[in-house]
Each structure stands twice: as C-alpha cells, then as structure tokens.
Ligand binder design. Sequence first.
Ligand code: GDP
Ligand code: MN
Length: 371
Amino acid sequence: MNFVISLFVIVTVIHITPVAIYYLSMRRKAQKGPWNLSLDEDYSPTVTLIVAAYNEANTILNKIRNITELDYPADKLDVIIVDSASTDGTPRITEEYLQNNKPPFKTFLMEENRREGKAKALNHALQQASGSIVATSDADCLWTRGSLRNALKYLSDDSIAAVCGQEVLLNPKDSSATRTESQHRDFFNLIRLGESKTHSTIAFEGALALYKRKLLQRFDEDCDDSGSALNLVQQGYRTILVPDAFFLNPFPSKWSVKISKKTRRAQHLVGLWWKCLKLAIRRKLKLDPWISAANVFLYLINPFLFALFLGTIILVLITYPFLLLLLLLLPFIAIVPKMRDSLILYLTNHLFLLYAIFVESSGRKQVIWKK
Ligand code: GDP
Ligand code: MN
C-alpha cells in the first residue's frame, strides 16, 4: 500500500482502537460486573457537609433548602458554608436566612477575608469538620433526596475511602453546548463506573463527594477533588463513583462559557494524570495499571494522536485531491443531530485537552476563576 495511506491507517488505528476497547470493556463491567463489597444499607454516620461559595447570592438559599430536603437525620448532619470574600453579599444573605429560618441541622457560615480558591477554602472548613464523614458540594448544584444516603452506604465497606456521585444536566436539550456535554457525561459515567467496579476511579467531582474524615488529611490543592481521591488510593484504599447518587447541575448553554469551564476541568485532569504518570514511572502508583495506562493514554497521549490524525487527513487529501469529494458527505452528517453533536464533541474535547496540556507544561495553574 502507498505510504500516505499506510500512515493514515496506522494513525487512525492507534488513535481510535484503544479508546474504543477501553470504553467497551468498562461499559461491560459497569453494566454486568460485581461490586465485591459488603454494604450496610442503614449505615448512618455523622456527616459534615462543606459547601464552598464564591459569589453565590443567587443560588445559596436554594442550596440550603435543598440540603433541608435530604433524606437524612438532622442530628447526624451539620453544614459548613465557606465563603471567600464574595462581592455580591453571599454571606449577608446566608446569615439573614439562617437567622430567620432555623434549619433542623447545625449550620456554620465561615468567612475567609480573601479569595484564594476553592481548594484552600475547603481546607479551612475541613479544620472545623467534626463528622466522621466529610462531604463536599457546590452552591450551584442540587442533590436528589436520596443522594446522601445512597452514597453513604458504600462507605460502610472498610476498603472504600471516598465516593462521588454522577452529574445529571438540568438542561441537556438547551443548545449544542449542553447536548454535547450530556453525551460526554453518558460516555464518561460508564467508564468511571466500570473503573470503580474494577478498583477505583479518581476522576472525582466535588459537587457530590464523600470522604472518611479519619483518612482525609487535607483536600488536594493541586488537582482538586481528583487529587484528593488519588491521595486516598495511594494510602491503599478504593475511591469509587456510585450508580445511585446524583447531583443536578444547570450547564452553560453558551459555548463561550462552556469553553472556559471545560478548559479548566481539562487542566485538572491533565495535571492529575501527569502526576500519576510520574508516580508510575517511579513504581509508586497504587492505582490499577490498566486504569492508569488507559487514562494516561486518553488524557496525555491521544490528544497528540488527534493532531496527527488531522494532519494525516490533510496529507491524504493533498495526495489524492479527488477524495475532497468525501467532504460533500459532511452536510449529511450535519443533518443527523446525534452524529453532528458527536463530531463536535470529539473535536472540541481534544482541543480542550491539547490546550490544557499546553497550559500545564507552561506551569500556569488556574486557582481562581471568573464566576
Ligand atoms: P464549576 O461547576 O466546576 O464550573 O465551578 P463553579 O464556579 O460552579 O464552582 C464550584 C463551587 O466552588 C461553587 O459553589 C463556587 O461558588 C465555589 N467556589 C469557586 N471559587 C471559590 C473560591 O475561591 N472560594 C470559595 N469559598 N468557593 C469557591
Ligand atoms: Mn458549578
């Protein structure tokens, strides 16, 4: 076969096959695999729920009401809201509400006098956390009534140090930005669930995460929630995504907002897997080798193969200009919404990752972000 075509075939195969195989094997595990855990359905430890809030005047009261509706004994739950010098009156509004509507659980409003980022704020709050479980959530997301109880039961097993819940988008049909995000969620939730059944997933979401207090020295300030999960895996424990605890999030329907949010998330994940790779090279990583290898491939290697893949497509088109006729098929793809969204998702995700790798390698870290 001609050189250009061979190159194209090889690049396509190594770009796509590993991801497809990993996805299918994890999906199988997620759907059919056993948990191998011994769970106590009535496990009811004391829980301190920390909500970090920066400029959340519009959401914080709904959040408090949402916590009030959780199916959990109020005497076993206390809440710390940690504000980092919000400029929109978040602490004043919260204080007023708490004075007028005494929630059934203990609530403490902690006010930092300057903003140094969410992870630092969580660590300040952690010093005051007295529950045997520490949970985190965001001010702008809502938990379903059973979320806390459903997530907690997995912590009744001694091998589990932390659990996280799954995100459900409140507005999946709003726009192409939310449709693609919803597809992305479905794809990765299955992978994370499969990884959790295999051993652990460390791609954690702080919007619904629960940790055993005695095992969590600090929240990780480099790689956020996922970094905290990694530290627990390194201590020999499992950290898992659970199938029956959900948090509901409105997702930005504008691409401009989505891009800044996704590049920030991509930076965390790239930083996380870079850290794992360095640990693995020193033979210190305790995560399952297949899970580590697949994610290092997915986050650190495959974005470059994506660029190479696009490059070889261009090379093929230059060599065989008549193949440009295939571009006539593009409008047909664009007609089928699911295919169009998948294509957009595929392209944008790899671009976010390439950008994140570039930022990570330049050593710039985003600790605070525009709200
Ligand atoms: P996203 O959902 O990942 O895009 O991030 P958000 O902007 O919604 O932030 C997640 C949570 O952290 C929200 O409850 C924010 O109010 C909160 N947050 C963000 N930055 C800070 C900060 O510097 N200090 C505190 N205390 N909370 C913060
Ligand atoms: Mn948010």
